[in-house]
Design a protein around this ligand. Sequence first.
Ligand SMILES: Cc1cc2nc3c(=O)[nH]c(=O)nc-3n(C[C@H](O)[C@H](O)[C@H](O)COP(=O)(O)OP(=O)(O)OC[C@H]3O[C@@H](n4cnc5c(N)ncnc54)[C@H](O)[C@@H]3O)c2cc1C
Length: 232
Amino acid sequence: MLTDPEIHKIPPFGEVVLIDSVGDDLTVVNAARVSFGAKSDSLEDRDKGLIKFLMREKHASPFEHVVFQFYIKCPIFVAREWMRHRWASYNEFSMRYASPTELEFWTPQDADWRKQVGKPGAYTFEPIESALAKGVAEHDMKEVYEFALHRYNVMVSNGIAREIARAVLPVGMYTQFYFTVNARSLINFMSLRNDSAAQKEIQHFASKIEEIFAQKMPVTYTSFIEAGRSAV
Ligand SMILES: Cc1cc2nc3c(=O)[nH]c(=O)nc-3n(C[C@H](O)[C@H](O)[C@H](O)COP(=O)(O)OP(=O)(O)OC[C@H]3O[C@@H](n4cnc5c(N)ncnc54)[C@H](O)[C@@H]3O)c2cc1C
């Protein structure tokens, strides 16, 4: 696992790390102004107005010239939702080729134990108040994880290929991947995944991504908020 100081922890074992980024608000402005053969050297008020205009009117291609590379460590069920975002590049740890130094499994934080109320398309989620119900569920989850991990290790030590043995590992297991994405697609990701309709577990990650985005592209971020957090 990375030990870079910029690691943002998402309990219990999740991580979001900004590895690199290319461009900022000024990059967006200059990508737009090249239409007129013009270029700005610093971000002036009229440039900030231009970014707001681009966002509001969904003239979105200038936002594609800013690129972020993240390292993400999250449960597999979160990664499955994440990788539905096709406008990005991904490379993920392979359980075919390598043995992880440690296998880590997700269990909800206390406040994240919840029940689902309603019908498909109209669910609400309410906290589980009963300490007993939470305790039993947590115990069961850990027991299943331990059993799956044990049988996985037995299979591998008996010579079964990792690509076969991994079939018994649950989607609560952590995976790690690189996520390289342009700012336009990241806006779409934040709009959809840092939203109350999204599963809370991916929201935790998307909210951290949003904090990083706000620091790197403050004018674009403010414009995104003012435009109602919609995709461009
Ligand atoms: C709350 C929530 C619930 C969800 N539930 C389900 C579910 O039950 N089942 C399920 O399968 N998925 C589900 N999804 C995933 C969802 O359908 C999208 O696949 C995912 O959010 C990625 O969004 P996207 O396509 O906009 O992003 P990207 O794949 O990054 O695409 C970005 C944009 O590019 C354009 N685009 C990309 N590919 C195409 C294409 N092939 N044709 C035309 N335009 C394209 C679209 O404008 C798209 O918005 C859910 C997502 C959310 C947020």
